[in-house]
Ligand binder design. Structure first.
Ligand SMILES: N[C@@H](CCC(=O)N[C@@H](CS)C(=O)NCC(=O)O)C(=O)O
Length: 231
């Protein structure tokens, strides 16, 4: 049986990708929860060469990156990428773009499943990342999505890569229009996402570095002050 090391479900976006991939594989796996402390923790080298999560252990084989975990599992379990070649190419490109890009979205809209907060106005760079996600979602749904409610039809690895974005968008009130918005709702409603969310909401630990109301404390306070001044 696989062992998957994961960070706090409320905060750990990379862990969510690895976990969704493991769920999608259909294979049994056991979870080891690693409490994140908000900074690099060298003690995690005991199970992860980078000291980061997620990490999949398959016997003596250690797979330490969410994309590598996805590909490792997809080599062993059928149907994790879309079957049609063109859809699969799109799914791989969109997943890789998510994995290696969107640094502003990642930094400025931290994943915090339990939170709802409005931090507008967004920077031009953040708005650009949001727009690019919406474009990718619209393209996937309109070109490859006819067989189901997900980016390339049935739920596949590309949806695992955008799972964290769905929680980020909900937390920060990002509402893409049209088919992209419908896809966001479908992603949030998927049973795997609901299962992760329930576990995240049961957590009580707080990592201040990832808390929107801590990161945006000054901006939110300034808005409250301005609001009370005009009331
Ligand atoms: N590229 C890696 C990134 C993994 C990563 O940065 N994980 C974060 C948690 S989401 C982490 O372990 N941070 C260390 C810490 O906060 O202790 C992947 O795709 O798995």
């Amino acid at each position: 049986m696989y062992t998957l090391y994961l960070g706090n479900k409320n905060y750990s976006s990379w862990s969510l990708r690895g976990w969704l991939a493991a769920k999608l594989s259909g294979a049994p796996f056991c979870e080891v929860m690693v409490g994140l402390v908000g900074y690099f923790n060298p003690a995690n080298r005991a199970f992860s060469p980078t000291a980061r999560v997620p990490v999949l252990h398959d016997g003596d084989t250690v797979v330490w990156d969410s994309m590598a975990i996805a590909e490792y599992l997809a080599e062993r379990h059928a149907g994790m990428w879309p079957a049609a070649g063109e859809a699969r190419a799109f799914a791989r490109c969109a997943s890789a773009e998510m994995h290696s890009g969107f640094s502003v979205l990642r930094n400025d809209m931290t994943m915090c499943v339990r939170e709802r907060v409005d931090v507008r106005p967004w920077s031009a760079e953040l708005a650009h990342d949001i727009e690019r996600v919406s474009t990718l979602w619209s393209e996937g749904r309109s070109r490859f999505g006819s067989g189901g409610a997900f980016l390339c039809g049935d739920f596949s690895l590309v949806d695992a890569f955008f799972g964290p974005v769905a929680y980020r968008f909900r937390t920060y009130g990002v509402t893409p229009s049209g088919v992209a918005g419908l896809y966001l709702q479908a992603l949030l409603a998927h049973p795997f996402m609901r299962e992760w969310e329930a576990a995240a909401l049961a957590e009580t630990s707080v990592v201040e570095a990832d808390e929107p109301r801590v990161i945006y404390r000054d901006k939110l306070a300034a808005r409250t002050f301005a609001g009370s001044g005009t009331a």
